[in-house]
Write a protein that binds this ligand. Structure first.
Ligand SMILES: Nc1ncnc2c1ncn2[C@@H]1O[C@H](COP(=O)(O)OP(=O)(O)OP(=O)(O)O)[C@@H](O)[C@H]1O
Ligand SMILES: [Mg+2]
Length: 1031
């Protein structure tokens, strides 16, 4: 409650005791309405839980919700059925006192649902073992079975419980559910044979017909159509949209298995036999006696009930009378026979239902005798106050039951209030309330009460009837202030009453009861011969339901009302021995609609449930009371002396606190362990102050907390950073030290190696030597010569001299090889010629060096020249070209010095494949075959004059040929190559002698000079002055 005090404006108050205007019904209903609109279906009246049926699934019954309410102080959380359940459970555990939860409300208000929620809560939240799990399952599964047999669709509720139920859940000393026990009250048996329009018989009949397997139905002689059964057609409502009989059937079968049921067959036989009984056809003979017209049903009945067909037929149409000690069979008329049949159906069904409850009890029984320390929580799901247009015997019993429960409530509540005041040492202030004991007495008092009068009338021989009963009532209790009949009433009331009615002024309101059927219902008679037949049954269930002793027992069985009265008395005893909690269920509208809040209907229920009375009793003295520690704990922050902690005694602390808050003396009282606050407004003011205080406290706490978390975070980060830094520094230092150590080792090894470097390889110098080698090789790798002309080579260490030499050679070879691979055939040819030139002239002829860089070509003639060649010469040249022997063709302009006077004549020298041809302007002047060429002479100077020596015997030749070429090295090299005359080239110093024709000789004198000059000298020689010109 405390937790949500602040939300009171929007959603009303969570506890009606906090309503300022607690005597106003309108304020009460308004509070309910506000909360209902917000789907807050639960509200307290102190410890009483008021629940409004939401008619829709609310997400408030999840496991999480259960956990939220588990073990939490009742007042700390919002009202809930789980809070009530948990509170009872904890009281049972801590105080070792049995508990009971009384759930009441009118039909459809949600009593059964509430009891199921409580059961589920215990099943989920209580500790469990395997064995306990079985009990939990059985407890939960008992519901579908009891609902199938005891619930029916009515106009008010599609799943209306047609019996009262009290269920004990037994817990062992550890708080685990270990067993259970169910007591049923007043099953509405009349429903078996008759239903109002729009209502149904008990669910099980429809479930069997809809869901039963074909084989089963065949065996039972049933058809899959409820319309075929007289007991199922009265209400004309075989189908209900909210009910799925087929799946419910499966669930019931499963539940029966869980409970450990073995009498399936017998049970189904009984259910179907009731249907067959309903279909039995009666006809009348001439004397008006009833007879059964078709024996189909009898055949089935005899088999299903395990009785003789003839005996059953007779029992259904006759009545046994004992006259003067003699048994006589008196025939029944049709009406009587039908009544007898219906009585049998009701008796069979009603007793089977009780047997079923006992069977379930057997399965839930806690058998462990060694554990005597078990405690109990009882759940009472019983009909609330009922007021219809037409109220009969059943409503009378139900309303009587509610009077009893109200009395119990008043007694227990007032008692506990008074006890609390006494215990707390607070003077008791008398509470004004209506004590309904007077009504209970009116109904139940021995000899004088209505039930006694009814019983008397039932037992009285003679013409007792419902009307004589009414008259008797008028005679006996007519003067009672809570009893009125048509005859006794004033004119105003008389208008509202029938002549066959009596009115009881119940605590919750006035109800008129019609006496018709009271005697019969109270007698609940089953003819003796029908009982006898049932006692002969071979059906295992029926043999237990109809005890033979009943027949021999001369004592008349108790009437229905007396039975009910004693069962209620027992119930009261049970409840009185326990600590009660209350759940008051309210139905918001008659149309089973979600969200509709029918104020008239609700006001009616608030009145009939006595909620205003509840509230008045609760609020009689003080609206609020709490133990000192709880109060101080909650509000201590509102007073500087009690905040953050009060060190002294609790009452003093609370006293200091309330004084600080400015409570006036009439607003509160201090008990021994509790503070009592008279008005809700005092509490609300305190609560508002707390709310404001909470804000500032929250800000402070937040700031403190934020500071603390940030500081902790920072410190953690700092510690981590320092640790990482230290670790990293360590790594770096270790690495550095390692490097240094390695370096000093290396230096040491190096020096030692250097010292021992001239010795044989040994451990002392091997590192040094390897290093030197390595350094040399690396140096070589970097500085090796890049081309063949580069002759540089790094100086090797002594140990590598030989290897270096090898390497150098390999390197050179490699370069040469690479070079060779790269050169073209033309270049190769060039090189070959150059080689020959080198061999011939290097260091021998002065103009040789100038010729080296110049390329040798195949012709030095200008482009026009060949065209002027004569055809044979052209042919020759082209022939060699065709043969692709370019090396064998060469043309160069030369100067020829003739033999007489050495006159210079321009000529062209051609080299062909086999000869040297001298041509003058296209005309071949001279041809010297290579074979005829004896030698070639040339000077050592830098001139271009040379002599081709031919044999003097050759007549075709007119002596040696003196020629001058500007490209003398090239020309002579080509001649030497073409004519293969390399060995015949003579390089002369000073002069050359050459042959002229007819045995004469000529001389060429060579002298160095500043200017080239070739001329005939005075001595007749050819004088050549050679300059440094190109070769
Ligand atoms: N807490 C709830 N949440 C959702 N629906 C509910 C709740 N309580 C009751 N109902 C709805 O109301 C219907 C009637 O409830 P329930 O059977 O518990 O009524 P009852 O008080 O036991 O009536 P009766 O006296 O006829 O047995 C339920 O079938 C369900 O549809
Ligand atoms: Mg119910």
């Amino acid at each position: 409650m405390e937790s949500a005090l602040t939300a009171r404006d929007r959603v009303g108050v969570q506890d009606f005791v906090l309503l300022e205007n607690y005597t106003s019904e309108a304020a009460f209903i308004e509070n309910l309405r506000k909360r209902f609109k917000e789907n807050l279906i639960y509200t307290y009246i102190s410890s009483v839980l008021v629940s409004v049926n939401p008619y829709k699934d609310l997400e408030i019954y999840t496991k999480n919700h259960m956990e939220r309410y588990r073990g939490v102080n009742f007042y700390e959380v919002s009202p809930h059925i789980y809070a009530t359940s948990d509170n009872s459970y904890r009281s049972m555990r801590t105080e070792r006192r049995d508990q009971c939860i009384l759930i009441s409300g009118e039909s459809g208000a949600g009593k059964t649902e509430a009891s199921k929620k409580i059961l589920q809560y215990y099943a989920v939240t209580c500790p469990a073992s395997d064995q306990v799990q079985t009990v939990k399952d059985r407890l939960l599964q008992s519901n579908p079975v009891l609902e199938a047999f005891g619930n029916a669709k009515t106009l008010r509720n599609d799943n209306s419980s047609r019996f009262g139920k009290y269920m004990d859940i037994q817990f062992d000393f550890k708080g685990a559910p270990v067993g259970g026990h169910i007591i049923n009250y007043l099953l509405e048996k009349s429903r078996v044979v008759h239903q109002n329009h729009g209502e149904r018989n008990f669910h099980i009949f429809y479930q069997l017909i809809e869901g039963g397997e074909e084989d089963l139905l065949r065996r039972l002689g049933l058809e899959r159509n409820p319309q075929h059964y007289q007991y199922l057609v009265k209400g004309n409502c075989p189908k209900v949209s909210s009910i799925n009989d087929r799946s419910d059937w499966k669930q019931v079968r499963k539940a029966l298995t869980v409970i450990g049921f073995s009498e399936d067959e017998e049970l189904m036989n009984i259910i179907s036999s009731v249907l067959h009984l309903g279909n039995m056809q009666y006809g009348g003979d001439d004397g008006g006696s009833a007879c059964i017209t078709s024996d189909t049903q009898i055949k089935y009945l005899s088999r299903l009930l395990g009785v003789s067909g003839t005996v059953l037929t007779e029992a259904l149409t006759h009545r046994k009378i004992i006259a003067k000690g003699e048994e006589l069979m008196s025939p029944l008329n049709i009406e009587q026979a039908s009544a007898a049949r219906d009585a049998l159906s009701k008796a069979v069904y009603g007793r089977t239902f009780t047997w079923l409850v006992n069977k379930i009890n057997g399965s839930l029984a806690y058998t462990d005798e060694s554990n005597k320390n078990s405690s109990v929580i009882g759940l009472l799901d019983i009909y609330g106050f009922e007021v219809f247009q037409y109220n009969s015997f059943e409503q009378f019993c139900i309303n009587y039951c509610n009077e009893k429960l109200q009395q119990l409530f008043i007694e227990l509540t007032l008692k506990s209030e008074q006890e609390e005041y006494e215990a707390e040492g607070i003077t008791w202030e008398p509470v004004q309330y209506f004590n309904n004991k007077i009504i209970c007495d009116l109904v139940e008092e021995k000899f004088k009460g209505i039930i006694s009068i009814l019983d008397e009338e039932c037992l009285r021989p003679g013409d007792a009837s419902d009307i004589t009963f009414l008259e008797k009532l008028e005679d006996t209790v007519g003067s009672h202030p809570h009893f009125v009949t048509h005859k006794l009433a004033d004119t105003k009331t008389r208008k509202l009453m029938g002549r066959e009615e009596f009115r009881l002024l119940h605590y919750a309101g006035d109800v008129n009861y019609n006496v018709n059927g009271f005697l019969d219902k109270n007698n609940d008679l089953l003819y003796r011969n029908l009982k006898e037949v049932m006692c002969m049954s071979e059906n295992k269930i029926l043999t237990q339901c109809f005890d033979r002793e009943e027949l021999t027992d001369k004592k008349r069985p108790d009437t229905a009302a007396t039975q009910f009265k004693s069962s209620l008395a027992k119930l009261m005893e049970i409840l009185m021995s326990k600590e009660p909690s209350y759940v008051r269920c309210i139905k918001p509208n008659d149309s089973k609609q979600a969200g509709r809040f029918d104020e008239v209907l609700i006001r009616h229920q608030v009145k009939y449930l006595g909620l205003m009375e509840n509230l008045r009793v609760r609020r009689a003295g003080f609206a609020y009371r709490r133990r000192y520690e709880i109060f101080l704990q909650r509000y201590k922050s509102l007073c500087p002396d009690t905040w953050p902690n009060w060190q002294g005694k609790l009452p003093e602390g609370v006293s200091t606190l309330v004084k600080h808050l400015g409570y006036k003396p009439e607003e509160y009282k201090m008990g021994r362990s509790k503070i009592f606050i008279r008005f809700p407004k005092t509490l609300f003011a305190t609560e508002d102050a707390l709310e404001t205080r909470k804000q500032s406290l929250a800000t402070k706490l937040q700031a403190g907390w934020k500071g603390y978390t940030q500081k902790t975070k920072y410190q953690k980060l700092r510690r981590s950073a320092i640790r990482i830094e230290a670790w990293w520094r360590g790594i770096l230092a270790r690495r550095r030290a390692q490097r240094r150590r390695k370096a000093s080792d290396t230096i040491r090894r190096f020096i030692r190696g250097f010292i021992y470097r001239h010795q044989e390889r040994c451990p002392q110098n091997e590192y040094f030597l390897d290093y030197v080698r390595y350094a040399f090789l690396m140096n070589l790798h970097r500085n090796a010569p890049k081309n063949v002309l580069d002759k540089s080579w790094p100086t090797p260490p002594p140990a590598l001299t030989e290897a270096s030499e090898h390497l150098r050679k390999m390197c050179m070879q490699n370069m040469v090889w690479t070079y060779c691979k790269k050169i073209s055939p033309e270049w190769k040819h060039q090189m070959e010629q150059k080689t020959v030139a080198s061999e011939l002239f290097k260091d021998k002829k002065d103009n040789y060096p100038q010729s080296v860089p110049k390329l040798f070509v195949s012709t030095r003639l200008s482009t026009q020249t060949p065209t002027t060649l004569s055809l044979p010469i052209q042919f020759l040249l082209s022939f060699y070209d065709l043969l692709c022997i370019p090396s064998r063709s060469y043309a160069v302009p030369v100067t020829k010095y003739d033999r007489n006077g050495y006159r210079a004549r321009p000529r062209q020298l051609l080299l062909t494949g086999d000869s040297i041809v001298i041509v003058e302007e296209g005309k071949m002047k001279q041809r010297i075959e290579y074979g005829a060429l004896k030698g070639i002479s040339v000077s050592s100077l830098s001139d271009g004059v040379f002599v081709l020596h031919v044999p003097s015997t050759d007549n075709k030749q007119k002596g040696d040929v003196v020629l001058q070429s500007d490209h003398v090295i090239e020309t002579l090299t080509k001649v030497a190559i073409c004519g293969e005359k390399a060995d015949n080239v003579n390089i002369n110093q000073g002069s050359i002698t050459f042959a002229l024709s007819q045995g004469k000789e000529g001389v060429i004198d060579f002298t160095p000079g500043s200017e080239l000059l070739v001329a005939k000298a005075k001595n007749g020689h050819l004088a050549v002055v050679s300059t440094q010109t190109s070769g």
